[in-house]
Design a protein around this ligand. Sequence first.
Ligand SMILES: N[C@@H](CCC[C@H](N)C(=O)O)C(=O)O
Length: 293
Amino acid sequence: MPTTIEFTKGHGTGNDFVLYADPDGDSTLTPAQIAAICDRHFGVGADGMIRAIRTVNVPEAAATLAGAPEAEWFMDYSNADGSVAEMCGNGIRVFARYLVDTGLATLETGDTLAIATRAGVKDVQRGVDGFQVDLGRWGLEGGEPLVRIKDVSVPRPGLGIDVGNPHVVVALANDEELTDADLAYAPQLDPEPHAGANVELVVPHDPLVSDGVGRIRMRVHERGSGETLSCGTGVVAAALAIRHWAGRGAPDHWRVDVPGGRLGVRMFAAEDGEHVSLSGPAELVYTGTLDLA
Ligand SMILES: N[C@@H](CCC[C@H](N)C(=O)O)C(=O)O
């Protein structure tokens, strides 16, 4: 285990990550080390940590690797508290940018880079002003939990959605509630099966639609990280929930505003069912050296 790690700080719409390359799997950090690095007062500060490890060196990826041997790199994602997550929609775009900018992978505009994750292999494409990821098939997680949110008067209905990781999208009554909700406290989910899911707040009434694109605002409380400026998979879950509530005729293209910026969501038919994709920026902002001793 080396005593120093060269890292890069990056973000997608303000959802920020510490990234490092560990191709052979020699530098596995403990959850406590990851939490210390992500600490905004005593560490680098980030919503999550991403390790680039060759997929062949990840025993748990053996299943996801089958059928997609082209996915050379595995995105080993951890939340700010050191817990692992299956998927990260902002993180995978930033991860692709990191692989390309550090020369670990190539991705020309229009080409596809397959990346292995705990939620399977995802295809990332490079666009003119960002990256797009096909998150694959999604699913209703079966259940409409009631959600209690600090500073929102009564429990609100939620919808469980799986986009590789678990989400509950909560319908608020109006924009004022969306602005005033206190997400410094984790929303309380009832019944239990949804406990610990990522929670997105939206106002579903009459989404604004122009030129076939629906527009919504969203705030999020992420599992393992707290309130963040953005959550890519959360944005996708929010658009899917709003379309579900809106019923027939609702658009398949969405523009979602989060505190850190704007992301695009598109639902489309694929051979194995409906897929959902996420597009948006991916920025690398600085590099540094971490002294693990
Ligand atoms: N910020 C991410 C999601 C990160 C993982 C999430 N906190 C979880 O535990 O599932 C995104 O952009 O999707």
